[in-house]
Design a protein around this ligand. Structure first.
Ligand code: AMP
Length: 131
C-alpha cells in the first residue's frame, strides 16, 4: 500500500507543499516541533534513508539546502537542524527543524498545534522564499 507521503506526492491527500522537483518534495510536518518544521521526501518510496543510492543522497541534500535557506530566512531561527527518524512513516524523509537552541530538535518535545491558516501562511512564505 502506498505510504501517506506517496499519497501527498500523488495529491490523493492534502499536504502543505512548499517545493518539489522530479525527485523530491518538501511539505510542512503536520505535527511540527517548531513553526516551519518541514519534511524533505524522496518521491521514490524507499523505507530507509541510507539505502538510497549515493547520487540520490547527494541530490537530496542539495534540494534540502534550498528549503533550509528559506526556512532560516522566514523563521529567523539561528540554525536549521536536520534529522532522520523514520519510525512512523517508512518512506525516506529528512526533518528540517528551525532551531534557536539544541533542545528545539528534541523529538520528545510536545508538538505544536497550528491552525490551517497558520500552516497556509507558513506554506506561502516558504514558497515565496525558495529560489
Ligand atoms: P518519522 O517517520 O518518525 O520521521 O515521523 C514522521 C513524521 O511525519 C512525523 O513528524 C509526522 O508528524 C509527519 N507526518 C505524518 N503524516 C503526515 C502528513 N499527512 N503530513 C505531514 N506530515 C506528516
Amino acid at each position: 500500500m502506498a505510504s501517506v507521503f506517496t499519497k501527498i506526492i500523488n495529491r490523493e491527500i492534502p499536504g502543505y507543499i512548499v517545493a518539489e522537483d522530479d525527485s523530491f518534495i518538501a511539505f510542512l510536518d503536520i505535527n511540527p516541533l517548531a513553526k516551519g518544521h518541514t519534511l524533505i521526501v524522496s518521491k521514490k518510496e524507499i523505507d530507509y534513508f541510507f539505502d538510497l543510492e549515493e547520487d540520490v543522497l547527494a541530490a537530496m541534500m542539495v534540494f534540502s539546502k534550498r528549503v533550509a535557506l528559506a526556512i532560516k530566512k522566514v523563521t529567523h531561527c539561528k540554525r536549521v537542524g536536520v534529522a532522520v527518524i523514520g519510525f512512523e512513516v517508512p518512506h525516506v524523509h529528512l526533518h528540517l527543524v528551525p532551531m534557536n537552541s539544541m533542545t528545539d530538535i528534541n523529538f520528545a518535545n510536545p508538538k505544536l498545534k497550528l491552525s490551517k491558516e497558520e500552516f497556509l501562511e507558513m506554506t506561502h512564505h516558504l514558497q515565496a522564499a525558495i529560489k
